[in-house]
Structure formats: structure tokens, C-alpha cells
Design a protein around this ligand. Sequence first.
Ligand SMILES: NC(=O)c1ccc[n+]([C@@H]2O[C@H](COP(=O)([O-])OP(=O)(O)OC[C@H]3O[C@@H](n4cnc5c(N)ncnc54)[C@H](OP(=O)(O)O)[C@@H]3O)[C@@H](O)[C@H]2O)c1
Length: 290
Amino acid sequence: MVRVLVTGGTGYLGRVLVRHYSERGHEVHATWHRRFPEPRDGVSWHSSDLADLEATRQFVERLGPELVVHTAYATGDAPHDVVTARAPGAIAAASRSIGARLIHLSTDVVFDGTTGGYREGDPLRPVTAYGQAKADAEAAVAAADPGALIVRTSLLYGGGEVGPQEQMVQRALSGDDPRLAFFTDELRSVVQLDDLAAAIVELASASASGPLHVAGPEPVTRHEFAWLLARAQGLAIAPDQVPMAISGDFAGIRPKNCTLDSTVASQLLTTRLRGAREVLAPDAPTLSDR
Ligand SMILES: NC(=O)c1ccc[n+]([C@@H]2O[C@H](COP(=O)([O-])OP(=O)(O)OC[C@H]3O[C@@H](n4cnc5c(N)ncnc54)[C@H](OP(=O)(O)O)[C@@H]3O)[C@@H](O)[C@H]2O)c1
């Protein structure tokens, strides 16, 4: 049994990680910020604001976990750069000082999306503010705790609840948000939430450190992904009924092909990371077959 701290335990990934760790009988501690957490047997909840770096460091050191999985980050809210970019460094320093294993969650959009198929050693060239903050976070983690594992992953879906990607598809198809459309020229290595959580649990005992790509093996466009999610929700629709857009038409700069090469992770793991078509529509033809 391990004393594990999951930061962002109220988040989309955090909730699933809390479930995975508690089902395995670990002593689970989890943090929340604004969303009051649902009580769960064997889980201790702690209120946290990562914007306070010193309090964050002291909290981790006082709690003394053997394993820290840092999922928390902020989207857009001020002070975004502190929470997303700098707090991971404070967590890494605290983890190192108490000898805890740290797994830090990062993203595919630390890359610029020009080539895809990114490997762990490829240079980071974020083109969005979020990507830059996560790249800064990675650098802070690696500097403060070189033994930390930095798990880069892609769009998350599934896991037994309607997540952000599923919600976006529902909004687009119900007509609630007629401006919503899905890019046919943006590729991602989307990953099912329970596959990722199981991989993260398994990686705690691996000796790997530094960046590791843990994502789905099958690149899908955002448009095909939306279609697969719609089908999995029971909507019998053709791909061309899902609103389409071209990334280039979007006003801001967006990374197009951020697919991750997860070969190294697949050699370390017994958990299999499944592709979106296998999970969502094993019997469906691919768009290129049509
Ligand atoms: N979702 C994806 O598709 C995706 C893709 C690639 C990488 N990732 C990475 O995976 C990780 C988890 O993503 P997610 O989608 O699960 O995130 P999420 O659902 O947005 O959850 C974010 C978590 O961070 C907490 N948080 C926000 N501001 C905070 C603050 N100031 N102090 C303390 N905690 C704060 C939130 O707490 P409250 O809810 O209680 O406010 C929540 O628990 C992130 O590091 C993200 O970069 C996600």
C-alpha cells in the first residue's frame, strides 16, 4: 500500500486516478480547489490553491506521500502562469525533499504540431499560451526533481462519464452551439481515460524519469474523433453530418499534428493503450475507407 497524493483530484483525470488508486487499496490523498469533492471511502481530501507556491510546498512536505501524481492546472484564469507553469516546480522540489516519486502530467501541445509523431527527445516549440505554460512547467519539474516522470499525453475521453470532448460533440450536434465545428486537419493521439490512469498507476514503480509519451497509438483527426464519440453515444450519423472546419481558418495559431509516439511507454507497460477506433467503434469503417 502506498500513500499517494493526487493533485487536482476533482479534475477529469484526477477523479479517475483517485478511483484507480482507492480501488487498489492505497492510502489516497487528493486536492480540490473550487469544486467540492464527492466523498469516497478511503480518500482524504485537502483544499489547495497552487497559486500559493510556499503553502503548496509545505503541504506536500507535511503530508509526506510516497507518490505524487500532479494533474492540477488552470485553464485561462489568472494567475494562470503561476498555477500551470510554476506550481509544478514547487511540487517537484517538495517531492524531492521528502523522497517521493513524482509523476507530472503534461501535454502534446508542448510541440508545434508541424510534423507529428513526436518522440520524447524532440525539441519543445509550443505555439499556444497553454503549451508554453506546460513547457515551462516541464522545465521547472526537471530542474527541481530530475527523477520525476513527465507524462505527456493527448486529448482524453471515455472513463464512464461524459467528459469535455463528449460534451463538445453533444453541443455541436444538438445545435446548442452552431459555431462549433471539428478540424479535419488536426491530428491527435487521443487516449481513453482508464487506459491512461492504469498506465500512470503502473508507471509509479518503473524507474523511468524525464518525459514519456503515454497516448493512444492511432492518430485521429478532431473531426473523426468527434464522429466516433457521437457514434459511441448512440447517434447513428454519417461523418459528413458532423460539422467540419479547417484549422487554418481559425484566427489563432493552432498546433496541427501533435501526434505522440508512445513506443517507449508501450515497451515499459503491461497496460495496453488502445486506439480511439478500437475503443469507440471497433466495427466502424475508417473515414479513409468510405
Ligand atoms: N483533458 C485533456 O484532454 C488533457 C490533454 C493533455 C494533457 N492533459 C493534462 O492532464 C492534466 C489533467 O487534465 P484534466 O483535463 O483532468 O484537468 P481538469 O479537469 O481541468 O482539472 C483541473 C484540476 O486542477 C485543479 N485546479 C485548478 N486550479 C487550481 C488551483 N489554483 N489550485 C489547485 N488546484 C487547481 C482543479 O480543481 P477544482 O476543479 O476543484 O477547481 C481540478 O481538480 C493536466 O495537467 C493537463 O495539462 C489533459
